[in-house]
Design a protein around this ligand. Structure first.
Ligand SMILES: *Cc1c(COP(=O)(O)O)cnc(C)c1O
Length: 227
């Protein structure tokens, strides 16, 4: 079943997004076993993302052949477990995290590729910078020599208001384009989960993070927010 789901989604995104860009599919692997994850990789998944450091560590050596992303809320005291082990941290959501990440990465002579997380729906339950703070935060992040900002990440609010979601997606793409024209490192707009990825891709997302659509419902559902 996993292999079929992977192939179906890869087929659907093969044509790229509305801006003519290739779409990267990141499998969101929280609660999934190493066997399930390896099955997805065999079926064509190239990128996987955990949202808890403990799970990231537990599965690290048991999963083979994929780029490792970190997609969840990151506590500063757990940064050390990701140093040198992750290709992209999607959740650079506060200045304090950037400062600590800079320190740790510098000590390891490593550069952390990161996405600036934007709390696009201004939700209290989610972390990230507001769109208004986004530019200033981006400029501050760029000053850290061991942090490389590669783009933006957002999670859409859980809403049925299609027009509102569309407007939020488009404002993310607009901000993404604003920074992209002046910075060659910017290449990822990570936006879209199982329930909303088609809309996100239509509005210019080029990286989607899917769990349920690939692996089925989670046995012990976790909150979809950044916890
Ligand atoms: C769990 C998770 C996803 C995927 O959620 P699904 O609705 O199962 O596709 C995407 N992004 C983050 C940050 C997650 O924690």
């Amino acid at each position: 079943m996993i292999a079929e789901n992977v192939q179906k989604i890869l087929g659907e995104i093969a044509g790229g997004n509305s801006c003519g860009e290739k779409i990267t599919l990141v499998a969101a692997t929280k609660t999934r076993t190493p066997e399930e994850i390896n099955e997805a990789i065999s079926a064509g998944i190239t990128d996987i993302g955990e949202n808890k450091v403990q799970e990231f560590r537990d599965k690290y050596d048991l999963v083979h052949g994929a780029n490792r992303h970190f997609i969840g809320h990151l506590q500063t005291n757990k940064i050390k477990y990701l140093i040198g082990k992750t290709c992209l941290i999607h959740s650079l959501d506060r200045m304090e995290l950037a400062e600590e990440l800079q320190k740790r990465a510098e000590r390891a002579s490593w550069t952390a590729n990161c996405l600036l997380e934007i709390n696009i729906g201004s939700e209290l339950s989610k972390s990230g910078f507001s769109l208004e703070e986004g530019m200033h935060a981006y400029e501050q992040m760029r000053a850290f020599p061991n942090i490389c900002v590669r783009g933006l990440m957002a999670m859409l609010p859980n809403s049925q208001d299609f027009q509102q979601l569309r407007a939020l997606c488009l404002s993310m793409r607009q901000f993404y384009d604003t920074i992209r024209v002046q910075d060659r490192n910017i290449e990822h707009l990570s936006m879209g989960m199982s329930g909303d990825w088609r809309l996100c891709v239509e509005c210019g997302s080029n990286m989607i993070r899917l769990g349920t659509s690939l692996f089925g419902p989670r046995a012990y559902p976790q909150s979809p927010v950044n916890d």
